[in-house]
Design a protein around this ligand. Structure first.
Ligand code: XIL
Length: 348
């Protein structure tokens, strides 16, 4: 039987996987119990699933994951309290059903802002109170930086931002802090945190928020990476930068795509992926885990955005750009949960 990944990294950080509730059963469930000591919901804890209508919380699917974690003694990462994507429209409609972003009257804009911040508070409070004894790490806000944003600070101009400025960030963290347990950690999570321009926008925002007293404990680095991008140096510099602010780092959505961006050429089926690619991927996994381990004091968790190559969101992305054809293979287990070369390189 293959040695558990989490035991290999016990001294450094916990090892997690993102899952849908149906993956808690069968072979994937067994893999979860054996190789990981942390778990995160791939979708069911996002705003659209957890509060699809105002005041109607749906905890059924999220509970399955939390119960599984409890039973198997795993940590839970909560993903995600606030995000611009997979969020229901009702958040941004005023009491008359008008889109808040279209409001031009200054007085009404002020009322809308208040209403939205109240909704942030209620959303965060209700969830945090329910899961506080199970969740160790909270993604409080996700992807609030957009390096292509028209403003000079790289702030994503989502509806949250257009209606409240950066107050939604502050209120989300403050509310989470108020209701979470003392030892829980609060994260600001984003992708491409290794890329200098985006990294610095994130750094400046976090620094400014910390100065204002916003209770941020760490940065979540999604790490949707590729065989040759970003560089190890970019990764290391980013961890170091956030550590210099006194923050923890977590790697929250790791996958190593075989493709560039946009994903071309996509191999149509798994069988068509040349073995050479898996060797390159193993070398890449070796390098990044070596880095993570060396920076073990600065990184408290490494989470894969899936378990095995039979289930990855990257397939949807590959197909989207290749007329519905394409298979990616980002993990250390193959579609039959067998060990790939990458498994051996991270276990060495
Ligand atoms: C993705 C899921 O994996 C997909 O199943 C879903 O269709 C879209 O969202 N950044 C994030 C994650 O923070 O929540 C996203 O997850 C992947 C990118």
């Amino acid at each position: 039987k293959a040695a558990p990944i989490h035991e290999r990294y016990e001294e450094s950080f916990t090892i997690g996987a993102a899952v849908e509730p149906h993956q808690l059963e069968g072979t994937s469930g067994k893999m979860l119990k054996r190789h990981y000591n942390s778990i995160v919901a791939e979708n069911v804890m996002k705003p659209i699933n957890i509060q699809p209508e105002e005041g109607k919380f749906n905890f059924k699917e999220a509970d399955k994951i939390v119960n599984f974690a409890r039973k198997n003694n795993m940590d839970v990462r909560f993903h995600t309290l606030i995000w611009h994507s997979q969020v229901p429209e009702w958040f941004f409609l005023d009491k008359q059903g008008k889109e808040m972003v279209k409001e031009t009257d200054p007085k009404k804009r002020e009322q809308n802002k208040k209403l939205l911040l109240k909704r942030v508070e209620t959303h965060v409070k209700t969830i945090v109170k329910r899961y506080k004894h199970d969740v160790k790490s909270w993604d409080v806000v996700n992807e609030v930086i957009d390096d292509y944003a028209p403003n000079s600070r790289g702030l994503r101009e989502s509806a949250w931002y257009q209606i409240t400025g950066t107050d939604y960030i502050k209120v989300a963290f403050e509310t989470a802090k108020k209701f979470a347990t003392k030892d829980a950690k609060l994260y600001i999570n984003d992708y491409n945190t290794e890329v200098e321009k985006k990294r610095d926008f994130l750094y400046n925002l976090v620094k400014e928020q910390l100065k204002q007293g916003t209770p941020i404990d760490g940065v979540g680095h999604q790490a949707h990476i590729q065989l040759g991008w970003p560089t190890l140096k970019q990764m290391e510099d980013s961890f170091n930068l956030f550590t210099s602010l006194g923050l923890d780092n977590q790697v929250t959505e790791l996958d190593v795509s075989l493709y560039g961006w946009p994903p071309r050429p996509a191999y149509p089926t798994y069988a068509q992926i040349p073995y050479e690619e898996f060797k390159k991927q193993a070398a890449r996994y070796n390098d990044i885990f070596e880095l993570y381990e060396r920076l073990g004091d600065q990184i408290s968790n490494v989470t894969f955005w899936g378990i095995a190559d039979n289930h990855t969101w990257l397939d949807d992305r590959a197909r989207e750009y290749n007329n519905g054809v394409g298979k990616d293979a980002p993990f250390v287990f193959n579609p039959d949960y067998k060990l790939k070369p990458a498994y051996w390189s991270i276990m060495d």
